[in-house]
Design a protein around this ligand. Structure first.
Ligand code: SF4
Length: 480
C-alpha cells in the first residue's frame, strides 16, 4: 500500500511532467486539446486508396530468406468493450465462427498459391483480434491444426495470442490453455485494462478484477510468458484508483506490463461507443488531458521502482530479453509481415496493405479465389524514408546504417532542420550512429514521431497546433 508521502512525490513528478507537455503544446508539438493519434503504422493504414491486387504486387518480391512474421485476425469477442475501435461480432455465434475459420484457412491457401509458397515461414506469429480464445476449444484446436499445416514453424521464435481474461478461466479455459500449449504457443497478452470493478463495468468488460487476476495465474501455471495490458484515461478512472491499479499490477508475478491511452475518436474505420461519453451521454466523465498525462507518468514511476523498464514503447518489462518479437520485427527490424483475416494488414519492406473490414466482402473475395485486400500503398522514395524513421523511432531507435539500407538516404542528409529543432527542445538524442527519443521525447512519442509524417498524413489540421517551431506542418520537407 502506497504511503501518503510517496503519493505526494508521484503527484509532484507527474505535475512537473505535465508542465513540460504544456510547454510542448505551446511550441506546436501537441495539438490544442491534447488529443493524439497513435503512430502505429506509417502511413496510417486506413488512409490508403483502394488497390488493384495484381498491380499492387507486380513489383513485390518475397524476402530473400523466405521469412516473414504472421498476423491472424479473429474478429469475435464475448461483448463489445466501450473503448474499442475494432469492428467485430459478439456473443456465441457458433456457426459464424466456423464459417469464418473456414474462410481464413482458404485465404491462407489463396495467398500461398498467389506467391508460389508451399509453407509460410514465420519468425513470429500473433493471433489477435478480437479475442482468438472466444472460439470454442474444439474450433480453436481445429483452427490451430489447419493453420500449422500451412506454416513452417521451424524458425518461429515466438508464438503469441492476445486474449481477454474470461476466455481462459473455467473448465473451457483450461482446455484452451492445454490446446495452446500443445500447439507451441509461447506468449499471451491478457487485456486486463483495469483492476477496478466499477471501471471494468464502464468499459463493458465481460469479467471482474478477481477473474482478471485468476487468468494471469492460470496463464502462468501453464508456463506461458505473460504480458498484461491496461488502458489509462478511461471514464471512471481517477488518479487515486489508477495508483491502486498500478500497485496491484506490479505485485503480480509476470514480467511484462503495457499501458496505452484511451483514444476517444476512432483513427480507423470503426467508431467505438466511447464517443458517447465524449458527447456527454455516458454515465461517467472522461479524465481530462492533464489527469490522463499524469496517470501515464505515475504508471511509469511505479513500474520503474519495481524493476519494469520501457524496452519497447509503452511496454515495460523486468528483463530486457522479454519483448514482443512480432512488434519488434515489424516496427524496429521492419521485416515483412503478412496478415490474414478481416482487417488483417500486411507490412512489407516497401508497401502496406489491409484487408476489407466487411464480412460479406471478405467472404465474396475468397469465394472468387481472390485475396481480400481492399486498400494498399506502395511507398514512394520519400514515404519510404519517413516510414524508416517513424516506426523504429517510436518503438526503440533509428540506426543510421539501417535507415540507409531501407531508404537509400543518409540519415544526416534528411530532415536537417526538424531533427535539429527536436534535439534543441530535448526530444531527440543522436549518438552518432543512432537516433532515439529522450525520456521527454518518449513521453510524447506519438507526437514526436508524427513530425516526420508527410502533410496529408498528419493527424490534425494545421490550426489545431500552435504556430510554434514544433508545428508539424513546418520544415516538413525531406531536404531542408
Ligand atoms: S477491446 Fe478486445 S475484447 Fe474488447 S471488443 Fe475490442 S477486441 Fe474485443
Amino acid at each position: 500500500m502506497i504511503t501518503e508521502s510517496r503519493k505526494k512525490e508521484l503527484l509532484a513528478h507527474a505535475e512537473e511532467t505535465f508542465a513540460k507537455v504544456e510547454e510542448l503544446q505551446r511550441l506546436g508539438l501537441v495539438c490544442d486539446d491534447g488529443d493524439f493519434v497513435p503512430s502505429v503504422h506509417y502511413p496510417p493504414i486506413t488512409q490508403y486508396d483502394n488497390c488493384d491486387i495484381d498491380e499492387y504486387f507486380k513489383t513485390y518480391t518475397l524476402p530473400a530468406d523466405g521469412m516473414m512474421d504472421i498476423y491472424v485476425h479473429i474478429p469475435f469477442c464475448i461483448q463489445h468493450c466501450t473503448f474499442c475501435h475494432y469492428p467485430g461480432l459478439t456473443g456465441e455465434r457458433v456457426e459464424e465462427k466456423k464459417k469464418y475459420i473456414d474462410y481464413l484457412i482458404r485465404e491462407m491457401d489463396i495467398y500461398r498459391e498467389y506467391h508460389g509458397i508451399d509453407k509460410i515461414k514465420p519468425r513470429s506469429i500473433l493471433l489477435g483480434g478480437g479475442t482468438p480464445t472466444s472460439l470454442t476449444p474444439e474450433l480453436l484446436e481445429h483452427f490451430l491444426t489447419e493453420f500449422e499445416k500451412r506454416v513452417d514453424l521451424s524458425a518461429c521464435k515466438q508464438y503469441n495470442v492476445d486474449l481477454g481474461p474470461n476466455s481462459i478461466n473455467g473448465e473451457s479455459g483450461t482446455k484452451k490453455c492445454e490446446i495452446m500449449k500443445a500447439h507451441g504457443i509461447t506468449r499471451l497478452t491478457i487485456g486486463l485494462q483495469s483492476l477496478n470493478d466499477d471501471v471494468l463495468k464502464l468499459m463493458n468488460r465481460p469479467h471482474n478484477s478477481e477473474e482478471a487476476i485468476q487468468s494471469v495465474y492460470k496463464a502462468l501455471e501453464y508456463g506461458f510468458d505473460v504480458n498484461i495490458e491496461f488502458i489509462y484515461g478511461h471514464p471512471g478512472e481517477t488518479i487515486d484508483n489508477w495508483i491502486e491499479d498500478m500497485e496491484k499490477a506490479v505485485g503480480l508475478p509476470m514480467n511484462e506490463i503495457q499501458v496505452y491511452r484511451l483514444k476517444v475518436q476512432a483513427y480507423g474505420d470503426f467508431q467505438g461507443i466511447i464517443n458517447r461519453f465524449h458527447r456527454g451521454s455516458g454515465s461517467a466523465d472522461i479524465p481530462d488531458f492533464k489527469s490522463t498525462m499524469m496517470m501515464k507518468q505515475i504508471a511509469q514511476d511505479i513500474f520503474n521502482e519495481h524493476g519494469f523498464n520501457e524496452r519497447l514503447r509503452r511496454v515495460f518489462t523486468k528483463n530486457k530479453a522479454i519483448f514482443s518479437h512480432y512488434a519488434y520485427n515489424q516496427c524496429c527490424n521492419q521485416f515483412d509481415q503478412v496478415g490474414f483475416g478481416l482487417t488483417g494488414f500486411s507490412s512489407y519492406r516497401d508497401r502496406f496493405d489491409i484487408n476489407t473490414q466487411n464480412f460479406e466482402e471478405y467472404y465474396a473475395a475468397i469465394d472468387a479465389g481472390k485475396l481480400p485486400i481492399n486498400r494498399g500503398l506502395v511507398r514512394s522514395a520519400e514515404e519510404q524514408a519517413r516510414w524508416a524513421i517513424v516506426l523504429p523511432l517510436k518503438n526503440r531507435d533509428v540506426r543510421k546504417t539501417e535507415f540507409k539500407q531501407r531508404s537509400g538516404y543518409e540519415f544526416d542528409d534528411v530532415f536537417k532542420t526538424k531533427v535539429s529543432l527536436l534535439k534543441e527542445y530535448g526530444l531527440l538524442e543522436d549518438t552518432g550512429n543512432i537516433i532515439r527519443l529522450t525520456e521527454l521525447g518518449g513521453f510524447v512519442a506519438d507526437e514526436v514521431c508524427e513530425q516526420f509524417n508527410s502533410i496529408p498524413y498528419l493527424p490534425f489540421p494545421r490550426e489545431r497546433y500552435a504556430e510554434g517551431p514544433l508545428n508539424p506542418y513546418l520544415n516538413n520537407v525531406l531536404f531542408e
